[in-house]
Design a binder for this molecule. Structure first.
Ligand SMILES: *[C@@H]1O[C@H](CO)[C@@H](O)[C@H](O)[C@H]1NC(C)=O
Ligand SMILES: *[C@@H]1O[C@H](CO)[C@@H](O)[C@H](O)[C@H]1NC(C)=O
Ligand SMILES: *[C@@H]1O[C@H](CO)[C@@H](O)[C@H](O)[C@H]1NC(C)=O
Ligand SMILES: [Zn+2]
Length: 431
């Protein structure tokens, strides 16, 4: 009985992968050609309807036929990093996408021997820019089970990335709020061919938000930069979003912008300044206001590698040290994107493991880095159904053969991955 089930599971897994790949490469080729032809910085314009249709019409039906989310599964003989601490060897039971028991063997149909490895919650990359299914596959393959799409220029394509069972869950941000004439404002204007979606002043901010929220993004993305939105406009955008119960994430990659984002009271400051480190005083004010920070060291390092004269990675690291000392919650995010010509290419999935290592290099302990990508991220994003291994939570799980609490690089010993209980067939293995 057991063997039969396992055999049919494996058959289905390979079938699932084989069908996808040829179709994807055609879509990829089209996508690349179109985006090159349009020379569009965020892969928008004409490629969007094609991508959105591919995501919606091809992958959704395939995934609906995936049978794995149903069988009651016991993952035995695993030490459990539950999102907070390491528990002794035990068993986790998963049923219909949910963790139904931790510690008791219970009765299960499928048994998986964890061989003394570490089972941890699926990883959260709280800053990424996926635009097609291959990006979601890459994130999933590396154990990323939730990601925040940190900006959306075309609602149709962003929404087509949501709700793919068996793939990373995508939390979608709004259009970026950016000022005319600013670096990010120029991107918005280039995508639209006009300035209709820019924020000109504080008095139009509420109307801008009405438009930005009309299609239902999960959170609001602001840009603090210089030149850019003035303080009053950032304040109004933040307050109005929070009044509408939308979390506010704010880009800030220089010291001045950090100060602005802190004053505006945004929920989450993205990046770590690469001009100068923040002062201990600013770090304390950020802590006092209950703000959190996603330093995105992976991209900060990539940028400073290509522009060492203007981007100081040591300064970015120093900010992380000061934030930690002040007790600011730190969240893992990479800014992963494969957009040619954008500031730096950061590959999906693998970069989150680099981010964990960089956070440790910047002074976090391995357990703090792991929390940054699991329980801390889930808590501050209001995702109360995940980020921890506990009864009733989503079965987003990664089984490792090594122990990342001893050495953070052991997150790279991935054996198996489950996304809301659906095992991912292409787990990367050790890398
Ligand atoms: C995703 O699923 C949620 C919950 O079922 C639903 O409310 C939402 O409309 C779905 N979104 C898309 C884009 O499919
Ligand atoms: C704000 O910007 C809008 C759009 O450009 C403009 O119509 C309006 O007059 C401006 N309001 C103020 C107070 O400057
Ligand atoms: C980079 O930042 C560090 C930390 O603030 C500082 O000590 C160093 O002098 C900076 N390097 C340059 C080239 O400015
Ligand atoms: Zn970004």
């Amino acid at each position: 009985m057991q063997a039969q089930i396992n055999a049919s599971l494996h058959f289905e897994i390979y079938y699932f992968v084989d069908v996808k790949m040829p179709t994807l490469s055609i879509i990829q080729a089209l996508f690349t050609l179109l985006s090159l032809a349009l020379a569009c910085p965020f892969h928008n314009g004409a490629s969007n309807p094609i991508l959105a249709a591919a995501n919606n019409n091809h992958f959704r039906p395939l995934q609906r036929s995936n049978p794995f989310s149903r069988a009651r599964t016991a993952i035995t003989n695993v030490r459990i990093f539950d999102g907070y601490r390491l528990l002794p060897a035990s068993t986790v039971i998963v049923d219909r996408g949910t963790i139904v028991d931790v510690g008791n063997s219970g009765n299960a149909i499928v048994h998986i021997d964890g061989k003394g490895g570490v089972l941890m919650p699926g990883l959260i990359d709280a800053h990424a820019h996926p635009s097609d299914i291959t990006h979601l596959q890459d994130l999933s393959r590396y154990g990323v089970t939730t990601t925040m799409l940190m900006a959306c220029f075309q609602p149709q394509s962003c929404l087509s990335l949501k709700n793919h069972s068996g793939l990373v869950d995508v939390v979608v941000g709004s259009l970026i709020a950016a000022a005319p004439g600013s670096i990010h404002g120029n991107i918005v204007a280039a995508v639209d061919g006009n300035g209709d979606r820019l924020v000109y002043n504080a008095s139009m901010a509420p109307q801008w938000l009405d438009n930005a929220l009309s299609w239902g993004p999960d959170f609001v993305k602001l840009i603090a930069e210089s030149p850019g939105l003035d303080q009053q406009t950032l304040n109004v955008l933040t307050k109005t979003s929070q009044d509408r119960r939308k979390r506010v994430a704010c880009h800030a990659s220089s010291l001045d912008a950090y100060e602005q984002a802190a004053i505006a009271g945004v929920d989450d400051i993205q990046h770590s300044p690469s001009d100068k480190p923040i002062s201990a005083g600013l770090a304390r004010r950020i802590a006092f206001r209950g703000q959190v920070v996603t330093p995105t060291l992976a991209i900060m390092r990539a940028i400073s590698d290509t522009s060492p004269a203007t981007r100081n990675y040591t300064a970015a690291e120093e900010t992380v040290r000061r934030l930690k000392e002040a007790g600011v919650p730190i969240i893992a995010g990479t800014d992963s994107n494969l957009v040619p010509g954008l500031i730096a290419i950061v590959p999906f999935g693998i970069s989150l493991h680099e981010e964990l290592q960089l956070l440790v290099n910047a002074g976090l302990s391995p357990i703090e880095a792991l929390r940054a990508a699991t329980s801390t991220a889930a808590k501050h994003w209001g995702l109360n159904d995940r980020g921890v291994i506990a009864r009733g939570k989503r079965a987003d799980l990664v089984l490792l053969s090594g122990n990342p609490l001893e050495d953070i690089s052991a997150t790279k010993t991935i054996q198996r991955i489950w996304l809301a209980g659906v095992e991912f067939s292409g787990a990367v293995g050790s890398f």
